[in-house]
Unconditional design. Structure first.
Length: 475
């Protein structure tokens, strides 16, 4: 039975300062001269595929990078006329891409939307036009190998939300529609959990009476609406949800709360399976007259989340990353101040199999995409005081382990460092740390849940030092 709540927005305020505890290490950065909005996915070979809407003509393109960030290939499917609304990677490795069909120079979509299925090598498996007055907005892969597509059905007197479950070949398994006849609703993002339930967020408006809303809801694996929470806004559509994630029966919604000029702040709400809000936060930057905006986020090990976005003031723009715990506290945040009109923003983040993550953004005016690969987070470091006297690679704990284990090593001084994991055949399966690391004791949480049970080896190289130790992973 569905349950609908309607409430005025009330917020718990979190005042954040720029701290520097346990910030991630950068493994590599690459820049490519492409002006585009990216959707980024990790591939089975450890590399990255980025589905792109190229500006200013909205061409559809896929860029494939190796695990070290080097470009392997790039394919353009149409030079103009297709703007990517959403993309998802299926269990078989194929990509589902939803596009608006753009005609003319005004960016209007006068033709039916189009769906593409692309294989891991960039080949077109399917290209299918949609139906007039039906818009595809978002897509999420489901645990059965298919996907759920959510859009708007405007064929009747009202514009309703349409939810369509498809298999890996985009054959429809079921369709359901729901909505409010008063509101024009727009879903911003959707994400399926491990049981096939689909969490979604979006915004709606009634221009006639001047009412604006944000909403978050959960759809069952067979299409039933389990719950829907609505939030009335007094500040227009600047307040609203734009992204969401579902994991382990918990559901994160992220958006913007607008308190007026130069008063726009990230807004995070977390729900349980029943739709109850366990907490909500707005995050205020420590600097006056600045706008802090989050554009994407992903869930990492331990149930924490990494948010990316930017801090904008009158004379600079600073790309930022924030790590938030599952209880809504900030673990760390950092960014780098940029010259005016140099960095346009950080747009997309994806969690990788070794529990590191990759961030993609864009530069202006040279219209380039930049990719930055971060190592898995260091979860603890030695406090200020006596430093280690020598380089030591400690035994991982626990060992044997199921899913996660901690690997600790000591550095007596700042050194160029590499920590990698190998299988019994000597093949690299994860890079846990790389680059220049400070002196101290470092502990890295390694999540091996994507690997098979067996014996693995982890190797530390720091300066001229090198040592390998064994660990056992039991599922």
């Amino acid at each position: 039975m569905k349950r609908i709540r309607f409430t005025w927005i009330a917020y718990a305020i979190m005042i954040c300062s720029l701290t520097t505890f346990a910030q991630p290490d950068t493994l590599w950065t690459r820049t490519y001269g492409i002006n585009a909005y990216p959707h980024v996915f990790e591939t089975d070979d450890g590399g990255v595929a980025s589905i792109l809407s190229e500006n200013p003509v909205f061409g559809l393109r896929i860029l494939k990078l190796a695990a070290d960030g080097d470009s392997l290939w790039s394919t353009t499917y149409c030079d103009s006329g297709y703007y990517v609304n959403g993309a998802a990677r299926l269990l078989n490795g194929n990509f589902v891409v939803l596009t608006d069909t753009i005609t003319g120079n005004d960016g209007r979509s006068d033709l039916p939307d189009r769906v593409f299925i692309l294989n891991p090598e960039g080949g077109v498996v399917m290209s299918q036009a949609g139906v007039d007055s039906v818009n595809f907005d978002v897509v999420s892969a489901t645990p059965d190998g298919g996907a759920v597509v959510i859009g708007k059905d405007g064929r009747g007197n009202n514009t309703d939300l349409m939810v369509q479950k498809v298999n890996s070949n985009f054959v429809t398994e079921w369709i359901t529609t729901f909505g409010d006849s008063v509101f024009d609703e727009q879903v911003s993002e959707a994400d399926a959990d491990e049981q096939g339930r689909v969490f979604f967020v979006g915004n709606s408006q009634n221009e006639t009476v001047g009412i604006y809303e944000s909403f978050a809801g959960l759809i069952g694996s067979t299409g039933q609406l389990l719950w829907l929470n609505r939030y009335a806004s007094q500040h227009g559509l600047s307040t609203g949800f734009w992204d969401c994630k579902a994991e382990d029966g918990e559901y994160w919604a992220a958006g913007i709360y607008d308190e007026g000029p130069f008063n726009e702040y990230p807004w995070i709400v977390k729900y349980n399976l029943n739709g109850d809000s366990t907490w909500n936060r707005t995050i205020h930057p420590s600097l006056p007259l600045t706008i802090l905006v989050f554009r994407d986020f992903d869930i990492i090990s331990g149930g924490d989340a990494i948010f990316i976005g930017g801090l904008q003031a009158s004379n600079y723009y600073s790309p930022v990353l924030y790590r938030m715990t599952g209880q809504g506290d900030i673990s760390w945040d950092f960014g780098q101040q940029s010259a005016p009109e140099v960095v346009d923003g950080t747009w997309s983040i994806v969690r990788l199999r070794d529990n590191g993550y990759l961030v993609c953004g864009s530069f202006i005016p040279n219209q380039g995409l930049h990719f930055t690969r971060f190592a898995p987070d260091i979860v603890s470091t030695s406090p200020t005081g006596e430093l280690p006297s020598s380089i030591v690679l400690h035994a991982n704990y626990p060992n044997p382990f199921n899913a996660t284990t901690e690997i600790t090593f000591d550095l007596p001084r700042a050194l160029q460092t590499s920590l990698k994991v190998y299988d019994v055949l000597g093949r690299e399966v994860a890079e846990l740390a790389g680059g220049m690391m400070n002196a101290g004791s470092h502990t890295i949480l390694y999540d091996a849940s994507g690997l098979s049970s067996g014996v693995y080896f982890y190797r530390l190289e720091a300066g001229e030092f090198g040592e390998t130790r064994k660990m056992v992973f039991l599922k």
